[in-house]
Design a binder for this molecule. Structure first.
Ligand code: ZN
Length: 381
């Protein structure tokens, strides 16, 4: 089955102008001008989508999501709800990477695996991480390397917590050992085997990762720190980590109170990290969808709400509408860069041979007009 998307303003993620994109099966088969003319195929073999001048970009690769829900750090009543197929689809996220988080007691990797497979059954190309905040990490098979090697959707481990009162206060030796196990699993199975690291509020910042990497044979990109925009000082430290070859991840979900407490808004954080010397191609943006967000009343913690997967698309639409020159950087940070960070080489690009994960946007509509994942049409006629 062939699908031709015509008349789209293509960001691959660089802006390429108005082009057509031809999808064959699960892959992108051609990108160019007026592809329809030369095809010579009609009828039931070819379905045509008129993008009507809309923006066409790769499906979003969201490296930190909680499909089974998260939270629980304020008691059982603060557990957050699962994030389902429609929410990811309508947010343009075709490749969410699911993780546990703080709670690996009331939630399990078995349930996360089932939720990831349910997303796949519905057409979303979800992946997952083994482990959680804690050390030693919970696993499915009893071993990090075995999970990554033997279980196809498992592409790494995380979000493993450092510099946080809820973390296991892992030693550099423990972090090094986990990264080595993840890397071995990745090596055996052709995956990256990355360690996605939740960086908390504590002043130690990325120091535990630096210590774990010291005098080790591990490359700096073994660790992939997230939430690096929670303080400006941490953001600058993360820019240095990216300068040294690492990937860093900025969390887009936030609240006005968190921004008041010193968190740097994602759009500004991206610009500031680049200004501080981080190579743009090693910065990603993620939603933390399903994770808990603190709610304050009169300066007091009053409970938790839950992060929405929609924040990424809202950021893209806002940037496209108000500062289009910045849009390619944002789109790359949502697609090509995170795909490279976790080693999903076929994702995050509009290019011949890449997975046909495609989102078509119209600036005046809050949801994509079309979403395709591996060529399957999930949204739009
Ligand atoms: Zn986290």
């Amino acid at each position: 089955m062939l699908t031709l998307i015509q008349n789209a303003s293509v960001y691959d993620p660089e802006p390429r102008g108005v082009l057509d994109v031809l999808v064959a099966g699960s892959k992108i088969a051609a990108v160019g001008e007026n592809l329809g003319k030369d095809l010579g195929i009609r009828g039931e073999l070819l379905s045509v989508i008129d993008a009507d001048g809309g923006i066409l970009m790769p499906g979003i690769v969201d490296v930190l999501t909680h499909p089974s829900g998260g939270g629980g750090e304020g008691g059982f009543g603060n557990r957050t709800a699962a994030v389902g197929f429609e929410e990811f689809r309508d947010a343009g996220i075709t490749c969410p990477v699911g993780a546990l988080g703080t709670d690996s007691v009331g939630r399990s990797l078995d349930v996360l695996f089932a939720d990831v497979m349910a997303l796949r059954d519905n057409g979303i190309d979800a992946h997952m991480l083994t482990g959680a905040y804690r050390v030693p990490p919970p696993t499915i098979t009893g071993d990090v390397a075995r999970d990554i090697t033997l279980i196809e959707p498992v592409i790494g481990i995380g979000e493993l917590a450092i510099s946080d009162h809820r973390s296991s206060q892992a030693t550099p030796d423990e972090l090094r050992r986990i990264a080595a196990d993840a890397r071995l699993g990745g090596t055996l199975s052709g995956k990256r085997g990355v360690v996605l690291v939740h960086v908390g509020d504590a002043g130690s910042g990325l120091a535990p990762l630096r210590k774990a990497l010291e005098n080790s044979a591990l490359p700096v990109r073994s660790f992939y720190p997230t939430h690096v925009n929670r303080r400006r000082e941490l953001l600058n430290e993360a820019a240095g980590f990216a300068r040294d070859g690492g990937f860093i991840d900025i969390t887009v979900s936030t609240t006005p109170e968190l921004l008041e407490l010193g968190e740097v808004a994602a759009r500004d954080a991206l610009q500031e990290a680049i200004a501080a010397g981080a190579p743009a191609e090693r910065i990603s943006l993620s939603s933390d969808a399903g994770g808990s967000l603190p709610v304050f009343h009169d300066g007091e913690l009053a409970g938790f709400s839950s992060a929405s997967p929609r924040v990424l698309l809202e950021l893209v639409l806002d940037v496209l509408a108000r500062e289009a020159e910045f849009a390619p950087l944002v789109i790359a940070a949502l697609t090509r860069n995170p795909a490279a960070a976790v080693g999903l080489a076929n994702k995050g690009r509009i290019a011949v041979g890449a997975d046909a994960d495609i989102v078509v946007l119209n600036l005046d509509q809050p949801a994509p007009s079309h979403v395709l994942c591996k060529g399957r049409r999930l949204r739009g006629d």
